[in-house]
Design a protein around this ligand. Structure first.
Ligand code: GLN
Length: 494
């Protein structure tokens, strides 16, 4: 069963400890690296202790000189989808098993510039395709909340979520194309934020579905997520879809009272298929918001039921195009034996990609092929527009939308593997948000009767991350779900 977890310490608390001189970045990094090395959750694909400690020492020296960047000396880890110059970057795939990135992703660079210390790269579903981390070539990750049955941490940022939940690192990066930050956050009792599309640069983040992919943080608290986002966001000329908006301090409005906040509840998010424990905890959380002064309004997202079908055309279509670059010539793995060029392509891709990735490439190539393009791809794009319009209309009568992040709590490893459609249903509440490009978070909202974490999803209008984080933070001032660890609850964990 999982290795023991550690008490929760937030980035904000570590910042104070560093500022007060109670601990150095080298000491902190050594401590977390020891935890990572003793863990059996399989949440990391690579750990680079030597380089991490050298960066930590540099950050300590910078601190001593008085030039203290916002995240100076704080240890973090990156999902293995982000390229880091000189580091192995696998994206959870065999095809990139020995790929050493020749440049650094903008998000990583920005966090480095803010003083963060990267300890390693976290496990993930292959090419970020999945909701359980089981499609990783590097093996499944165990959710630290598992009891006697090993449970999935969610996916695709499963390693990033499990690592934070077990206290192996205080914060990580993830990516969210259809729910891959929010769903693992919900399964592992974390705060996970998907920013508005274009807030974080996609440069150096291996592409899955480019019109949907967004980077974001996985942390214990909304305040920590704001600290991470302050560093991660911002214009980048190397990404043509990067937003050129003025930089914001996401911590500055986080303490605003919620009196008068209008919370929209979409009736479509509370229908069939929603687990009763999840529904009950979400209802409790909404009552808590009412106590904080929020007014509840019913809203409707009539086309949300079409989101999954639309996503599973658009995302595979973009993936089939993005993944054509893995051909055995330019990157990574090449089949050892082949007869001619075409045979080399076929064998390399047959051997290098796992089953889920192949399934997506085939669906995507089919949806884009002549004769089917209008019937599938063009139609999916029209649905995407309708979903976006639904949100726009809903936000005329509310400031934020709330509902469950996932229909169920974490499931057993192996349970969902045989039925891809059942696995896809995990993202039924998260995918509409990606299609509309909106910011959203999942925050801890309590536990099921068997002690498993439940996530509340909060969705804000385009570019209203500041409001999103304020709403999440205020709930965390009056609840302590986010402070629970697997070993601190009676039924969950060890
Ligand atoms: N689970 C979804 C999928 O498999 C979303 C993945 C993601 O957000 N990267 O496509």
């Amino acid at each position: 069963m999982p290795s023991s977890t550690h008490p929760i310490v937030t980035l904000r608390e570590l910042q104070t400890q560093l500022n007060d001189g109670k601990v150095s970045s080298v000491e902190l990094s050594q401590d977390y690296l020891a935890r990572i090395n003793n863990s059996t959750l399989n949440s990391f694909i690579s750990v680079n202790s030597e380089q991490a400690l050298a960066v930590a020492a540099k950050q300590d020296a910078i601190r001593a000189s008085g030039d203290i960047a916002p995240l100076n000396g704080l240890p973090i880890a990156h999902k293995d989808i982000f390229c880091i110059d000189g580091w192995r970057t696998t994206c959870g795939s065999k095809i990139l098993e020995n790929f050493i990135a020749p440049y650094t992703a903008t998000v990583v660079k920005k966090l480095n510039n803010a003083g963060a210390v990267c300890l390693g790269k976290t496990n993930m579903d292959e090419f970020a395709m999945g909701s359980s981390n089981e499609s990783s070539f590097y093996g499944h990750v165990i959710n630290p909340w598992s009891d006697s049955t090993p449970l999935v941490p969610g996916g695709s940022s499963g390693g990033s979520a499990a690592a934070v939940a077990a206290g192996l690192v205080p914060a990580t990066t993830g990516t969210d194309t259809g729910g891959s930050i929010r769903q693992p956050a919900a399964f592992c009792n974390l705060t996970g934020v998907k920013p508005s599309y274009g807030r974080c640069s996609r440069y150096g983040m291996i592409a899955f579905a480019s019109s949907l992919d967004q980077a974001g943080p996985l942390t214990h608290t909304a305040y920590d997520a704001a600290l991470m986002l302050n560093a991660m966001t911002g214009f980048d000329e190397k990404d043509s879809t990067s937003l050129n908006t003025p930089s914001e301090d996401f911590c500055s409005n986080i303490d605003q009272p919620l009196e008068g906040l209008r919370v929209g509840l979409p009736k479509e998010f509370f229908g069939d298929g929603l687990d009763t424990d999840v529904a009950a905890r979400i209802t409790d959380a909404i009552k808590e918001y009412e106590k904080l002064g929020a007014k509840i309004v019913e809203v409707s997202l009539p086309n949300a039921q079409l989101a999954l079908a639309s996503y599973y055309v658009i995302a595979p279509a973009e993936a089939s195009s993005n993944l054509s670059r893995f051909d055995g010539v330019r990157y990574g793995y090449r089949a050892p034996e082949y007869t001619d060029l075409e045979d080399m392509y076929i064998k390399t891709r047959t051997q290098g990609f796992g089953a889920e990735v192949k399934r997506r490439i085939m669906i995507g190539a089919y949806a884009l092929s002549s004769g089917y393009y209008d019937a599938f791809y063009a139609k999916a794009q029209k649905i995407r527009r309708l979903i976006s319009n639904d949100f726009e209309k809903a936000f005329k009568s509310c400031d934020v939308i709330m509902g469950p992040t996932t229909p169920t709590t974490a499931f057993a490893i192996g349970e969902g593997k045989s039925d891809p459609v059942a696995m896809y249903l995990n993202d039924i509440y998260t995918i509409p948000v990606n299609l509309a490009g909106l910011p959203a978070a999942s925050i801890p909202a309590g536990f099921s009767s068997s002690g498993l974490p439940i996530g509340l999803q909060i969705i804000a209008p385009y570019l209203k991350e500041s409001k999103l984080l304020n709403v999440a933070h205020q709930y965390q001032q009056v609840s302590d779900w986010h402070l629970q660890t697997p070993s601190s609850t009676k039924t969950g964990g060890q």
